[in-house]
Design a protein around this ligand. Sequence first.
Ligand SMILES: Nc1ncnc2c1ncn2[C@@H]1O[C@H](COP(=O)(O)OP(=O)(O)O)[C@@H](O)[C@H]1O
Ligand SMILES: [Mg+2]
Length: 441
Amino acid sequence: MSEKGSYFSQEMNRVKRQLEKKNTKTLVLPPLFAFRDHGVYDFDNYLSFFDWSISNCPVVIDLRQCHTANYQAISLLVAYAWHLKNNGCRVSFIESESQNGASEMYRAIGGRGLFQVAVNPKLNFKSRNKKPLFAIRDSADFKKAIANVETYTENFNVEYLNTLRYVLSELLYNTLEHGKSFFDYRGKSLRAPSLIQFTWYQRSNEIHFIIADTGMGIKSHIEQAYPGQESDEEAIKLAVKPQVSGTFGSTDPYKHKNNAGVGLYLSTNIIRRLKADMHIVSGNGLLHISPRDITGKTLENDWKGTFVLVSVKLEEGANFALHQMMQEFRATAKKEQEKGDKSENDSSFYLSIRNYFGPYAEDKDAAIKYRDDKLFPEIYLEKSIIVDFDDVESAPHSFLSGLFASPMKHLGMKAYKKIKFVNATPEIRETLDFILDENTD
Ligand SMILES: Nc1ncnc2c1ncn2[C@@H]1O[C@H](COP(=O)(O)OP(=O)(O)O)[C@@H](O)[C@H]1O
Ligand SMILES: [Mg+2]
């Protein structure tokens, strides 16, 4: 290369480096980086560190000034770094040599391997000092994580162990099923792992663990089945109710036949019985489950995804009959569910056209009589009407308008919400729409 050329390229590199330096965002970890300050939980303060808007620039996370932290809090930096990477940022960490504080904790959980773990589905974190951090991408990771927890609880009552394992697996399943996120790597879309980190505090004999993801969050997920949630907080409160799941609608005909939607309900009940604490954070919603009560809060800052933080005081002598406890919880869940179904039934009226008028529903006088004797009284009671046309071959305009025209006129626009037609053939459906249209303005 000519002298001139090399001069120019050197100059170019210098300018490039300068520009990069100017664009670099430096995030300095505060002296205290934990969920608790003097024993009091403060998620807002903790979450204020995370800036979710940063993209396409180099980011430096400086751990050097943080002398007090906890492992669960440090673990979330790993998920955050993956998130930044996915936003086009190059992320690096600056550590201190100190044997205390954030830098040492970051090394202890194996944080340095975070980018290798993200792009290699077979790799996991090389944590030490019994401070395990696991990337959760599939059922193999899941099993490894569960097996590792069991090494801490070997001396415990079997039922106790099963109980803990149950809660862990429900939370891990949730993050695998509902908390997915992806990132692009060399033209491929890879799954961003969820995380579980746990720490056994020998002195107080407590286990603390966190299960975290950067997925769509509880609100977006549950809105697939229960649209229009008011806030993250409300969505989390809904998610811990029995039989509530974002994976199927509330009118799903199979909902009674499967076990779905009880994971969080049972886990939160178990947590309360274990004298443990659970915090669920998703978006800016927080739900705290304790033996005493369940309280919600809307935070000022958010976590883009979901994390669940659990602390359990291990009671070695504790005698837990998991099986019996679960039976009890399930029975309560069933009762609550039945109550809900009953109020649903009480507020609606069901009419089967075939049972009442036969497969050829053509008798206009019978329709008018039914309307006045049966239908109107139900409408005055403000019930919603479900009209089932299953197995009905034909129902002409005169019959249908005899039955529905004046109720629709009475209801006005509310008729669209209050009268539901199901299983109608396209011809019948069209006639019904026509009658609705004619009688509702
Ligand atoms: N990590 C998560 N990310 C997003 N949504 C979640 C997560 N965990 C739970 N949810 C929401 O809460 C709902 C209830 O969870 P759960 O009680 O375990 O029932 P299920 O998993 O059988 O649907 C889920 O269906 C989902 O909508
Ligand atoms: Mg579940």
